[in-house]
Design a protein around this ligand. Structure first.
Ligand code: ADP
Length: 487
């Protein structure tokens, strides 16, 4: 799948440290999840390389922060334009290593690029303030300064967007970055880094350390314990987020964590059912259910339960499973064998406790080893695994509820608090439920909520901080207070 790139030099397999491509002492294989085939081998970086990258970033920092915001924005805009120009190649690389359908991959490239444009614009608005003084002899003011060397550890489900969402605001604010991309998807990260080089980003401002899973842990430990690294941004599982948070305690590092979700998707009796089905499809089956904002638990009120389940199952039957490069495919493979096992476990557990399969329900083995049929389960109850854990696969378990209060209580009965969704046409209910859901994000009458202009992030154990929006750059800026006396 990688033979037909228009610009084959985007296929980078070395690490980027201090503006140099480094091949490393050892290599690891990257696979196509659809076929299991080995695509290429990639430099396997370790703790010493990580140390070198931190030193390179630290060295690059003074000159990068000294540039005006307008100059930094110009580099970012060139990077944005290059990503757009090479969107087809980037999408091919992404589908090859991640599996999502090519059209979705292209969508991610555009979405990923949008953060660069957005933060190039925001770079110029990192304003401080003057505060009315309470002492005639003094003046109070604040200025906002880049926090310093930043680290980013990113997941495989959005191999480009999860990088640009962290790196663009950091660079815009004047911070250099060391990225450790997910072991399954380093090629997308390296390709966008190559474009950043072409855009004129100075050596050392952006460093990328691909690594296998064992080395990733070692690199993580170095990034967390470094007192040069002032900020760590992580997107991934809550379990790993907790480890990183503990490791960052010694250096009291500022943290941005975007962790697991367990999104409820509530359909009230007064909902527009067709619209709710459409939203559920978009929210649940995108990326084969492998996003942290995917609807994980669908709650339908008793009056519309049967109709909703029936309409959803009919729509699910129109999905097309297969290799992400095949035309018309909407459902690619799951990322690895563990992902498939988890989906099977959740379905088997639900069925053993009384749920029923309305659509799908097993592997789609005719397409390969990592494919699972898009599935709808009815009569799902709170005692089942899928009620508590994130399935991260194409399974929609539908729970039944009677009252609004019951739906809110069920939706909030989780340690997670990232995305939530509900469908209602009643304006009072929209405010009541919108306020009552303990989530960082609420989609009302829509299943698609993320875009670069808004603050994305979770509450409770779904994480800390917000990415995107006006708020996204705050992470990377420290507020300094200046008190001017003796006026
Ligand atoms: P997922 O469940 O999405 O695979 P993980 O949390 O396992 O998410 O992985 C997300 C990212 O965190 C990947 O880049 C992975 O290499 C990295 N990672 C996993 N474990 C650790 C660790 N102990 N220290 C640092 N990084 C880690």
């Amino acid at each position: 799948p990688l033979d037909s790139l228009a610009d084959p030099s985007l296929l980078k397999t070395d690490a980027l440290i201090g503006g140099e491509w480094v091949s490393g002492g050892s290599r690891f294989d990257v696979h196509d999840p659809a076929t299991g085939q080995r695509l290429v081998d990639v430099a396997n970086m370790g703790p010493i390389d990580c140390h070198n990258a931190i030193v390179a970033a630290d060295k690059a920092w003074p000159a990068w922060r000294a540039r005006s915001a307008k100059e930094r924005a110009a580099v970012l805009m060139r990077w944005f334009q290059l990503i757009q120009r090479h969107a087809d190649d980037l999408a091919r690389i992404l589908t090859a290593e991640q599996g999502k359908p090519l059209a979705e991959a292209k969508g991610e490239v555009v979405y990923g690029a949008s953060f660069i444009e957005w933060f190039a614009e925001e770079a110029k608005r990192a304003c401080g303030e003057t505060i009315p003084s309470t002492d005639g002899n003094k003046r109070f003011l604040t200025m906002r300064q880049p926090i310093g060397v930043c680290a980013a550890i990113t997941p495989w489900n959005f191999p480009i967007a999860m990088i640009t969402r962290k790196v663009a605001p950091a660079l815009a604010a004047g911070c250099p970055v060391v990225i450790k991309p997910a072991e399954a998807t380093p090629l997308s990260a390296l390709a966008v880094a190559e474009l950043a080089q072409r855009a004129g980003l100075p050596a050392g401002v952006l460093n990328v350390l691909p690594a296998d899973s064992a080395q990733s842990i070692e690199i993580g430990a170095v990034l967390c314990s470094s007192d040069v690294v002032r900020h760590l941004s992580f997107t991934g599982s809550t379990e790993v987020g907790r480890i990183l948070m503990r490791q960052c305690a010694n250096t009291v590092k500022k943290l941005a964590l975007e962790l697991g979700g367990n999104a409820p998707f509530i359909v009230f009796d007064d909902a527009d059912l067709d619209s709710a089905v459409e939203g559920a499809m978009a929210s649940k089956y995108r990326n084969a259910g492998q996003t942290c904002v995917c609807a994980n638990r669908l709650y339908a009120q008793a009056g519309v339960y049967d109709a909703f389940v029936e309409k959803l199952a009919a729509k699910v039957a129109t999905l097309s499973v297969g290799n992400g490069f095949a035309p018309g495919v909407t459902q690619g493979p799951l990322i690895d064998d563990d992902a498939l096992v988890k989906v099977e476990e959740h379905v088997a557990d639900a069925l053993s406790k009384g749920a029923r399969v309305v659509a799908g329900g097993q592997r789609a083995a005719e397409h390969g080893e990592r494919f699972y049929q898009p599935t709808v389960l009815a009569d799902v109850t709170a005692d089942m695994l899928c009620a508590r854990e994130e399935t991260f696969g194409p399974v929609a378990p539908v729970f039944r509820f009677e009252t609004e209060a019951e739906a809110i209580a069920a939706a909030n009965a989780t340690e997670f608090g990232l995305a939530s969704y509900f469908y209602s046409r009643d304006v009072g209910r929209i405010f009541r439920v919108g306020e009552a859901l303990e989530y960082g994000m609420v989609g009302i009458n829509t299943g698609i909520i993320s875009t670069c202009e808004v603050p994305f992030g979770g509450v409770k154990q779904s994480g800390l901080g917000r990415e995107g929006g006006r708020q996204g750059i705050d992470e990377y800026l420290e507020t300094k207070y200046l008190c001017l006396g003796d006026i």
